[in-house]
Design a protein around this ligand. Structure first.
Ligand SMILES: [Zn+2]
Length: 391
């Protein structure tokens, strides 16, 4: 592997997680991708990341040239399910509700949603704050017309957000920062677009709660609470609110730009603890894949997989297409296909074929209970457990 520097602190002291190379990878829009990828942790700052080398850059170029958003649900935003009741809301609705509990949203202002996709957050925000002027920015123009029709949207910008004129009261980065090659530099530059006392909203996956996220080839950095807060401090933001529970398995941050350049300590013990956690999560992924393969071998036939997103896509590539169908509770997905296999409701799923729950164990247990109330005969296989807690 060609030497690369840490994306956060420029250290050259990177430690490879060797076991990762044996795993398959997927893309962030839920397609199988080649295996043999690299994952490293920084011995100085503890950030888990893909090495910033030629291979990663060319992988990303290939992935984004053919990018599909929410393909399984035909462009409808992924639903977030309440663990016990199974009640669904969209991720944008749930996030805005949590934000509004922490900060008061002024009557009017100007908001920029960077990486606005097909406008899910703009739509929700606009309906809650109709007097705001909304701008959406995206690297492709596929959804331009759709976004320009959203009430409150003033402008859609196609291209890098840094090129936009003016400044904003709120800048929103939902599932953007994990794709950015140099997050500290990027956030620091963004300060010039944020008005005094403006709010930066960040949402990223939490790799410790959701190890499947590590297998996404185009994700540059993989965040823990400690690492995300350090990155914000390094880029001269003050964190106003921080949560690891607003959206399941994601980290949320509200921050304000400051002029103070604080020193950011990152003790070696913390970096080494971060390395040992990610190592254990990568081993867990390997165990989860082995269990799925054993289940298919024992059944003697292709099995079912719960879900139709990242984790389900990844386990399907690990099962080498020994998958017969997917099971999903999201009505916008049921009746469609994913990777050529049908997506079924729990009620309609076959009961004579095992269904593997490719999820962190605790979440899998909760969902298994819920699925069994809908269809008590389902043959559900739970993933292995893990023990370590985040430091
Ligand atoms: Zn570092």
């Amino acid at each position: 592997m060609k030497t690369s520097l840490c994306r956060i602190c420029d250290s050259s002291s990177l430690e490879e997680i060797e076991e990762f190379t044996a795993l398959h990878q997927v893309t962030s829009d839920c397609r199988p991708w080649s295996g043999g990828g690299h994952l490293v942790t920084c011995r100085s700052c503890g950030t888990v990341q893909k090495p910033h080398d030629e291979r990663w850059v060319s992988d990303c170029r290939a992935i984004y040239s053919d990018y599909e958003l929410y393909t399984q649900s035909s462009g409808i935003e992924q639903a977030v399910f309440e663990a016990d009741s199974g009640m669904a809301t969209t991720r944008s609705e749930q996030l805005l509700q949590r934000i509004a509990e922490c900060v008061s949203i002024p009557r009017s202002g100007q908001l920029l949603d960077i990486g606005c996709g097909n406008g899910s957050f703009l739509r929700v925000f606009g309906s809650h704050a109709p007097q705001w002027k909304l701008w959406g920015s995206e690297l492709h123009s596929r959804y331009r017309q759709e976004i320009e029709k959203i009430p409150g949207v003033e402008r859609f910008h196609h291209g890098p957000a840094e090129e936009l004129p003016g400044d904003f009261d709120w800048i929103v980065l939902l599932h953007v920062l994990e794709h950015v090659p140099n997050p500290v530099q990027y956030l620091d530059q963004l300060r010039s677009k944020l008005r005094t006392n403006g709010t930066l909203v960040i949402e990223v996956p939490h790799h410790i709660q959701n190890p499947f996220e590590l297998t996404i080839a185009d994700h540059a950095c993989h965040f823990s609470s400690v690492v995300l807060q350090r990155i914000l401090t390094r880029a001269r933001y003050a964190v106003e609110s921080f949560a690891d529970h607003w959206i399941p398995r994601e980290l949320s941050a509200l921050a304000r730009a400051t002029d103070v350049r604080k020193s950011v300590g990152s003790p070696v013990e913390e970096a080494s603890a971060a390395a040992s956690i990610v190592r254990s999560r990568v081993r867990w992924l390997a165990d989860a894949a082995n269990l799925a393969r054993q289940s298919a071998d024992q059944a003697g036939c292709p099995i079912g997989v719960f879900g139709s997103s990242i984790a389900a896509t990844w386990i399907t590539t690990e099962l080498d297409s020994s998958v017969a169908f997917f099971v999903d509770e999201d009505p916008s997905r049921v009746g469609r296909t994913h990777l050529g296999h049908p997506i079924l409701t729990p009620k309609r799923a076959p009961t004579d074929v095992p269904i593997y729950l490719a999820l962190p164990r605790g979440q899998a247990e909760t969902i298994a209970l819920r699925l069994q109330t809908q269809n008590p005969s389902l043959n559900l296989i739970l993933p292995p457990e893990w023990n370590e807690e985040e430091p």
